[in-house]
Every structure is written in C-alpha cells, then in structure tokens.
Design a protein around this ligand. Structure first.
Ligand code: SF4
Length: 338
C-alpha cells in the first residue's frame, strides 16, 4: 500500500476546488474498486478526497416525470428504492445482478460508472498494458482473452467495462450530471464511456477536474416488458461474459419501442440505434429478435479464447427479448434461465 494524503470535501464546490488544485488527487466514495487498485499498485493517488458525505444521497422526482439519483446513493439503496422497483425494474434487476450484497452496500452510483476494467493484465503490474501504462502494449490480444471484448475493440485495448448497472442505464437513456471548474454540464449516457481507440487509459469523457453529481432517468421506464439477463461463469459474484438489458413497449404483439444494450462485450455498454429501429413495428417473435441480434453483432470479432461470446451473445439477446416480450424477466434471486 502506498502513502497518500486524505481530505474530506465539505460540498460539491469544495470537492471540485480540491480535485482541480492537485494533479494526482482522486475522489473516493465507497472505494470498492479504487482501494483494490491501490493495493495492487495500479493506482497511486497522492491524495484521496472523500466525497461520501456530500449531500448527493437522494433519489428525487424530476419535473419531467423522471428521477434524479444522487451520485453517492449506494447501489443497494438504489436497487431496493420503491420508485426504482416500480418504475425502473430493469435498473433494479441489473444492480442486483452485480457484485455481492456487501459490495452493493458500499458502492456508490457515481463510482459504479467509474469502475475500471477487470482485465487481469491491467491488475498485473508485471505485464504490459496500454490502459495502465500507455504505449507499453496490450497483453490480452495475444494472451488470455476469454473475458474480453468482441465489439468496438482497437489495436491498443480489448478490455470490457465491468458494470451491470451501466448496461441498464444505457438502455434507459440516462443522463449524467457533472460539475467542474467551468460549471455544470450533462452528458448523455451513450457519450459518457469511451471506446479504447488509441487512448485506452481514458475510460470516460468525464474531465479529470470534474465530479459526477447525479444520474438522471427519463420518464420512460419500460416497467412492463423488460429483462436483464446476465450470463457468467458462476451464478453470483462474477462479471458478465455477456449481459443483455432488453426493454420493449408493446402494442398487443407489435413492438412500439425497443431498447437493447449489451454488457461484457465492449469497452462501454454496447447499443446500436439501427438494431433497435429494426425492431419497431415488427411482431414480437423469435424471427425479429434473431434479426436484431444479427444487426447488433454484425461487427463482432473474437480474439481466440473469447470467440464463443459471439454466439453466446446472439442467443442471450434472443432470450432476453423473449423474456421481455412475455413479461417474465430474468429473476436475480432464482437465477435459473427459463
Ligand atoms: Fe490492458 Fe486493455 Fe490490453 Fe487489458 S485489454 S491488457 S486493459 S490494454
């Protein structure tokens, strides 16, 4: 463990002031990922700025009929919040599919967005990794890449984003509220995380001197027809090989609106508006779901050990859409896939 300074921010303005003043400072809320990274010598912040007691701990209704979720609301509180359970059960389900109860009790909403890849080479400081040490190379491309990405990869990095919650937030078209030295701004969820390109060290478009203050959900919650299906090596406390957030609005058996986001397959939650558009107006049946899966995965590419993910993702998409259409979402307590 390295030596570091510790400070507690008194309000959002103070947090921004402190992070902007010291290159190498980091925010800490629940610390469920950052402390691991520090223990492994991957992150070496000179100062930790504790934001866990900032007044960003509420879930509030917006005037547009949506919800504003404070950045330090714990994942457990969010998953079990009555308004989330009633109006955004897709989000609740995705959160409960992730981590363990203990981690969900500590992990914050903003921190979930900013958690870093679990690529084993990223954590192994004895190996080259462009994300940890830009320009050093990527050990995964020719190495053990069973858990790695099949979409949106680059020659620099094939890591995946590890979050379940973010996959649901992508499908729900959430907005991220941030504050920085130049004021406040909103980032559409689709634009928040980045693909690796030739700068894999940057996971998101959040500035180094900015803080997430809230995540906002629009009014549309897809509460009747949704499913979060997570396929993993064991039934709990494991990252997704492939996950699917599927949400439909149906008019009888006709699809009026469709949302589809994938986890475990790319450097960010993966969506493709064209694949969703192709579902609109179609009958909700296997043929339409297969077609959407084909569209979403048309550019998928494996790297050897992870080739199986392409077919797994196709089948998971069809299954999740089928569950959503039937109104029988994947249960995160009885985890058997039906
Ligand atoms: Fe590093 Fe990305 Fe390659 Fe993993 S996939 S070794 S995180 S550069």
């Amino acid at each position: 463990m390295i030596n570091f300074q510790y400070a507690r921010a008194t309000d959002v303005a103070d947090a921004v002031r402190r992070i902007a003043a010291e290159k190498g400072a980091k925010f800490i809320a629940g610390g469920t990922n950052l402390l691991d990274l520090m223990k492994e010598d991957v992150e070496r912040p000179a100062r930790l700025i504790d934001i866990s007691r900032l007044p960003l701990d509420k879930v509030e209704e917006t005037k547009d009929g949506g919800l504003r979720i404070g950045a330090v609301v714990p994942n457990s509180d969010l998953a079990w919040h009555p308004l989330i359970e009633q109006r955004y059960p897709l989000l609740s389900s995705a959160i409960l599919a992730g981590a363990s109860a203990q981690l969900r009790n500590m992990a914050s909403t903003g921190g979930n967005l900013l958690q870093r890849t679990r690529c084993l080479y990223f954590y192994d400081t004895a190996t080259p990794c462009n994300k940890r040490d830009p320009g050093s190379g990527c050990s995964a491309i020719q190495g053990l890449n069973r858990m790695h990405a099949i979409l949106g990869t680059s020659e620099s990095c094939i890591a995946t984003h590890p979050s379940d919650m973010c996959v649901a937030l992508a499908a729900l078209e959430a907005k991220v509220h941030v504050a920085g030295p130049s004021g406040e701004r909103d980032i559409a969820f689709a634009d928040f995380h980045r693909l690796p390109g030739d700068t894999p060290e940057r996971d998101s478009n959040l500035g180094l001197d900015e803080i997430i203050t809230a995540v906002e959900l629009p009014a549309r919650g897809f509460a009747a027809n949704y499913s979060y299906l997570k396929i993993r090596d064991r039934l709990s406390y494991a990252f997704a090989l492939v996950s699917v957030a599927a949400a439909l609005e149906l008019d009888g058996n006709t699809i009026r609106e469709a949302r589809l986001a994938l986890g475990g397959v790319a450097h960010k939650p993966w969506r493709d508006p064209a694949a969703e558009a192709a579902l609109r107006g179609k009958a909700a049946n296997e043929a339409a779901f297969e077609q959407a899966a084909g569209a979403l995965l048309r550019d998928a590419k494996g790297f050897g050990h992870n080739n199986f993910k392409i077919d797994l993702a196709r089948r998971a998409i069809v299954r999740a859409l089928t569950q959503a259409a039937r109104g029988t979402p994947q249960s995160q307590s009885d985890k058997r896939i039906r």
